[in-house]
Design a binder for this molecule. Structure first.
Ligand SMILES: *Cc1c(COP(=O)(O)O)cnc(C)c1O
Length: 478
């Protein structure tokens, strides 16, 4: 692909947008500039390819396509059928799944689809059958009460939030916390690792309908074969949310017991994290759950986004190429280099290291909260996010951790040498930052003191690290 074609495509698009609302064109241009300049260590972000991005900006956005391939509620969906079928085929081939549903708009939506599919599969409920047979808008209040009564408080067992689980696995701020009676399994306080015997014990006591594995901040592999055995021992449906590590599964870094697809009844994911596709979600399952999963829209999803499904097809085609496996391996190699660099400089890491794409630094040894550390790093040109650590004394808002991940920087081409340099920059900032005090002189969990000269110096070094690895090198907007 010539540099020329990609530059021309984006430049022309901006020119067309600028003619209508120049501030939007400017913001799009500014976003590229900002992304190019920042050392992005946010574990859930990445940079999609120009082909993936361009596949989203077109008239597929104009189409309604409720239903599934070949069975639509609207006429004229033949081209949407083409891209949806392609995306699903690539997903099935890539992950070795019997069925792929590529309509979910996000990871949260994919989980909702999975939850309802499992409920419909497992719970005898006339009200649910009625709800599925009609449009949501046609249900009366009495129908909803019946639904609630018949579905009852079904039980879900998932990973606790502070051990790295996700809000959608039965926690209060998400509807899953209201739909399900939830209990969670944590990690061993001594090692930070999942203790499968404890999970099995919790499952025996609680007897969940759904056992959920998957995480947003656990820096280790999960043995899905063992988790499936636990689910089977109590008759639970085993669901894996691989939103964060789908790219490592696609790239065959996680195989055997660590590949969720052959072990889970149902797998959900985002498409925009380590998988490096457009912002969206996806559900994979066997034939038993396929029909229920395909009812995702309109049960819990709005109309499909055909332009995003087109982009999913492009990104999944990219992930099937041999160089994606190389990319996935480099993500993990980089995370390990980053972890080693931090450990060598005296940082404390949850679980003592990593075997996936992310590292969780416990910043309390630097005398900081996660919030102070996050802001001090941001002042120094390093973009991360704060995150709770197991049994976090500072709670979910201030936290005691910093989560960093390598999918984005690996896409840019940075390698082990740059990861060690990054570890040095992070350690410099954290060791030079001190906790501030509030107006009353008491210790603050938010205020911090960092010499602006240090922040500026680190910011320069971070920028220098990126210079040899231009982001979107084929795109020149000037
Ligand atoms: C990111 C994430 C999600 C949510 O994805 P969205 O696309 O933001 O809705 C769900 N589950 C897990 C484990 C995640 O990490």
């Amino acid at each position: 692909m010539s540099r020329n074609a990609e530059s021309t495509a984006f430049r022309s698009a901006l020119e067309v947008i600028r003619a209508v609302e120049p501030r939007v064109a400017d913001a799009i241009g500014a976003e590229l500039a900002d992304q190019r300049e920042s050392l992005k260590l946010i574990a859930s972000e990445n940079y999609a390819s120009p082909a993936t991005l361009l596949a989203m900006g077109n008239w597929f956005s104009d189409k309604y396509a409720e239903g599934t391939v070949g069975r639509r509620f609207y006429a004229g969906c033949q081209n949407v059928d083409t891209v949806e079928a392609l995306a699903a085929e690539h997903a099935r081939e890539l992950f070795g799944a019997a069925h792929a549903y590529v309509q979910p708009h996000s990871g949260i939506d994919a989980n909702l689809v999975a939850f309802w599919a499992i409920l419909a599969d497992r719970v005898e409920s006339p009200a649910l059958k009625k709800a599925q047979a009609r449009h949501v808008n046609d249900l009366t209040e009495a129908d909803w009460f019946a639904l609630r009564r018949e579905l009852g408080d079904q039980r879900m067992l998932g990973m606790s939030l502070d051990a790295g689980g996700h809000l959608t696995h039965g926690f209060r701020p998400n509807i899953s916390g209201k739909m399900f009676d939830q209990r969670s399994y944590g990690t061993d306080p001594a090692t930070g690792l999942i203790d499968y015997d404890r999970v099995a014990e919790a499952a025996r006591e609680f007897r969940p309908l759904i056992l959920v594995a998957g995480y947003s901040a656990y820096p280790r592999k999960v043995n899905f074969r063992i988790m499936r055995e636990i689910a089977d021992s109590v008759g639970a449906t085993f669901m894996v949310d691989m939103a964060h590590f789908a790219g490592l599964v696609a790239g065959k870094v996680f195989t055997g017991d660590f590949d969720p697809v052959p072990h889970a009844h149902i797998v959900t994911t985002t498409t925009h994290k380590s998988l490096r596709g457009p912002r969206g979600g996806m559900v994979l399952c066997g034939p038993e759950l396929a029909d229920q999963v395909d009812r995702g829209c309109p049960m819990v999803l709005g109309g499909p986004l055909p332009h995003v499904m087109a982009a999913k097809a492009v990104a999944l085609a990219e992930a099937r190429r041999p160089d994606f496996a190389d990319y996935a391996q480099r993500i993990v190699d980089n995370a390990q280099a980053l972890a080693d660099g931090l450990l060598r400089r005296g940082a404390t890491l949850v679980t003592g290291g990593t075997d996936n794409h992310l590292v969780l630094i416990d910043v309390s040894n630097y005398g900081l909260t996660g919030r102070q550390a996050e802001q001090a790093l941001l002042d120094s040109g390093i973009v991360t996010n704060r995150n709770a650590v197991p049994q976090d004394p500072n709670g979910a808002w201030y936290t005691s951790g910093i989560r960093i991940g390598t999918p984005a920087l690996t896409t840019r081409g940075l390698g082990a040498t740059e990861m060690d340099a990054t570890a040095e920059l992070i350690h410099t900032v954290l060791s030079q930052t001190t906790a501030g005090t509030g107006p009353d002189g008491a210790a603050s969990k938010a205020k911090y003191v960092l010499d602006p000269a240090v922040a500026e110096q680190v910011g320069k070094q971070a920028a220098d690290l990126l210079t040899p690895f231009p982001l979107y090198p084929t795109v020149d907007l000037a």
